[in-house]
Design a binder for this molecule. Structure first.
Ligand code: ZN
Length: 203
């Protein structure tokens, strides 16, 4: 399986990192070894001094497809959840400045923390969902899927032009504003609406 992550899909987040808002979705991949699940602790890696959380809505593909028109995209997933796209911001800055690929900052072990998935049919409209991240009981990120630059159906359509989407593939749909660093001992909890889906510690 593969994990596809969208960058700069919320205007306020693109601005906080001084990035332009893209005309087409920006994406990168994480390997399956980056997955952290079952609320297991995230271990800070020794190669970075600045690991940031990025809370994102995650879509789980459950049907094989290629070149999927946006109007049919909703048939290709039935569950959504939350995830943290952990980012070594110091390494990412270095890569960006030097025009290098930034996988080293995005694809390390544990960098794709996944919460519980829920049936999308539970919601009236997945493009109008609030989600939030708490660190040590304080809300640090709050978003609404209505603010996505490219909604999920368009993301699926766009991505499937470049590669076949397969059952089990995950799409991290981008982070809203408010990204920030984690430190040892932090307690992270992520919600869609008021449902707690991810609850773990940084070690
Ligand atoms: Zn991200």
């Amino acid at each position: 399986m593969k994990i596809i992550c969208i960058g700069r899909n919320y205007i306020a987040h693109a601005k906080e990192l001084n990035n332009p808002v893209p005309d087409v979705p920006i994406f990168f991949l994480k390997p399956d070894s980056s997955i952290l699940k079952n609320n297991k602790p995230f271990f800070l890696p020794d190669f970075s001094q600045e690991i940031h959380y990025e809370l994102e809505i995650v879509v789980k593909i459950d049907r094989l497809g290629k070149s999927i028109p946006a109007r049919f995209a909703s048939r290709y997933f039935s569950e959504i959840g939350v995830g943290i796209d952990f980012t070594a911001r110091d390494l990412q800055r270095e890569c960006t400045q030097n025009g290098l690929p930034w996988e080293i900052s995005k694809s390390f072990d544990g960098s794709a923390a996944l919460g519980k998935f829920i049936e999308k049919k539970k919601f009236e409209n997945i493009q109008n969902l609030s989600f939030k991240l708490e660190v040590n009981g304080r809300i640090v990120q709050k978003g609404n899927t209505a603010d996505m630059v490219f909604p999920v159906d368009e993301l699926i359509s766009y991505l499937s032009r470049f590669f076949t989407l397969k059952t089990g593939d995950l799409i991290f749909t981008g982070t809203p504003e408010g990204v920030g660093p984690v430190k040892r001992g932090d307690h992270l909890k992520a919600y869609i609406e008021d449902e707690l889906l991810l609850d773990f510690y940084v070690k």
